[in-house]
Ligand binder design. Structure first.
Ligand SMILES: NC(=O)C1=CN([C@@H]2O[C@H](COP(=O)(O)OP(=O)(O)OC[C@H]3O[C@@H](n4cnc5c(N)ncnc54)[C@H](OP(=O)(O)O)[C@@H]3O)[C@@H](O)[C@H]2O)C=CC1
Ligand SMILES: CC(C)(CO)C(=O)C(=O)O
Length: 286
């Protein structure tokens, strides 16, 4: 099976190396040619093992039948969308971003077959050619447009666990709610995921956020029971959330596509989350 992975950050390097290990043919597309050169020379190091994946910053290296997995951040998408409007017109596309604001952005792409992906793995970029697999999980996919049969091969890749979901909105919103609860609190308080449970003040805030979300989205009771939130904090206890990792690295935070999305989707004002939103935006570097 052929893949092109766009973006050689934490998720891009993790996904490309897992697919290569599974015997797939993988073309990694970097933004900077110098990163592609380093990857071609040294491979991708993942937890001490090296996986040789072909990398380039040239989009014409993408085979016409390859699945294109877009593994960049929400804020990087405008450039990618510009490219996709005139190339890779027949390739199936999968967008792997956290959050949900990208769904509107990609609505008018010319490609027929488009899916959303959820990455329930933890990945930390160590260097231009090294990634740490900080949490082993699963990939989830759901159809945004086109023919779902086109994507079913993604569920049968050796050693790469994947699930198909019938309802893209529900799949994505569950993850948004999870990220809305964990990411801002960890980023604001500089806590690891597990400390949201062990720090009594953080735990109180986590419960209050859940209660606030419940008032706006009562379906959360079945979509994402509080026990599932605490179970995830416990199973990723040592993880630095992606929002805290971005803050520590001085990168732009994915606040809008996660937190602002939730605030806007709510039928009522959400004062706790609005406060978190302004605290995070006020501290964000230009
Ligand atoms: N890290 C994690 O554990 C998880 C992340 N996610 C989600 O996955 C998405 C990606 O996250 P993550 O991998 O951590 O982000 P990173 O910031 O580590 O990586 C993003 C990569 O995209 C590259 N990029 C930006 N613009 C382009 C472009 N025009 N062409 C090619 N490459 C480009 C960047 O390149 P450059 O370095 O040159 O700027 C960078 O390598 C996010 O939405 C995140 O929320 C989901 C679950 C877990
Ligand atoms: C679920 C969670 C919070 C795990 O760290 C995550 O997806 C993230 O860090 O963005």
């Amino acid at each position: 099976m052929n893949f092109a992975v766009i973006g050689a950050g934490a998720v891009g390097m993790l996904t490309a190396s897992l697919l290569k290990e599974a015997g797939c043919s993988v073309q990694l597309i970097t933004r900077r040619p110098e990163q592609a050169e380093k990857i071609n020379a040294n491979g991708i190091k993942r937890d001490g093992e090296v996986h040789f994946v072909e990398a380039s910053s040239e989009w014409d290296r993408i085979p016409p039948n390859a699945f294109i997995l877009v593994a960049v951040k929400y804020s990087h998408l405008p450039d990618i969308i510009k490219k996709l409007k005139s190339c890779c017109l027949d390739n199936p596309l999968v967008f792997m971003q956290n959050g949900m604001m990208h769904i509107e952005l990609i609505r008018n792409l010319p490609q027929q077959n488009i899916a959303a992906g959820i990455v329930e793995h933890g990945a930390l970029k160590i260097s231009e050619t090294e990634v740490r697999h900080t949490g082993k999980g699963i990939f989830k996919f759901a159809l945004l447009s086109g023919d779902e049969k086109r994507f079913l091969p993604l569920l049968n890749i050796n050693g790469v666990k994947a699930e198909w979901h019938k309802d893209a909105d529900q799949m994505l919103f569950r993850k948004v709610l999870l990220n809305t609860m964990i990411n801002p609190l960890t980023a604001l308080l500089s806590l690891k995921n597990g400390e949201l449970l062990s720090n009594p003040h953080a735990y109180e805030l986590l419960k209050n956020v859940y209660t606030e979300l419940y008032s706006a989205f009562p379906e959360i009771e079945t979509l994402l029971p509080f026990e599932q939130v605490t179970a995830l904090c416990a199973s990723t206890a040592e993880n630095t959330s992606s929002m805290l990792a971005d803050k520590l690295a001085g990168r732009q935070l994915e606040v809008d596509t996660i937190l602002l999305y939730t605030i806007r989707r709510s039928p009522y004002a959400l004062p706790i989350l609005q406060t978190f939103y302004h605290l995070l935006k006020a501290a964000e570097k230009e």
